[in-house]
Design a protein around this ligand. Structure first.
Ligand SMILES: [Zn+2]
Length: 165
């Protein structure tokens, strides 16, 4: 099981100096700590041995939980894992897969809004992802455009521009 804090910290209620330092530097968040410990507690009940929790992003009404593995592991049978996470954080939780297909990751994050297309535009010093939607999908976005853009930036570690046409 791969989470944001070390095994010692998963089991205890205090953070070791290493994890405390990561929290102070903003490498991990309180939310990451909370979800990591929760997953550890749920590990045996839901077979989370192979689960990966990369990080959580708080979008306000919704918390985005990112994984480098199959999203199914963190959703759980009949959605039981995701619903326990949701109860613990007191918000809706959305699980998204990172690191594989960028288009799928973005689709997971913006659902139920549907994407028209994604263009990777190269510019000096890097690139920007232009995520295109039909104008009528605005209503379907899980949170507001600004928050979503920020989340996608942090997720893709790159500039992101959402365009409605
Ligand atoms: Zn630790």
């Amino acid at each position: 099981m791969n989470v944001r804090i070390c095994e010692l910290c998963m089991k205890s209620n205090v953070l070791c100096s290493g994890c405390e330092e990561k929290l102070k530097r903003g490498k991990i968040s309180e939310l990451d700590v909370k979800i990591s410990r929760l997953l550890y507690k749920m590990k045996d009940k839901y077979n989370l041995e192979n689960a990966d929790f990369t990080k959580a992003i708080d979008l306000g009404r919704v918390v985005l939980v990112l994984t480098h593995k199959d999203v199914g592991l963190l959703i759980g049978r009949e959605g039981k894992v995701v619903s326990e996470i949701s109860q613990a954080v007191g918000k809706k939780v959305r699980i998204a897969e990172m690191g594989g297909d960028i288009k799928k990751t973005i689709a997971d994050v913006v659902a139920p809004a549907k994407i028209l297309g994604i263009n990777k535009i190269y510019k000096s010093g890097g690139y920007v992802y232009k995520v295109r939607f039909s104008r009528r999908e605005i209503k379907q976005l899980p949170v507001d455009i600004n928050t979503l853009e920020k989340a996608l930036k942090s997720l893709l570690e790159s500039e992101v521009m959402m365009v409605f046409e």
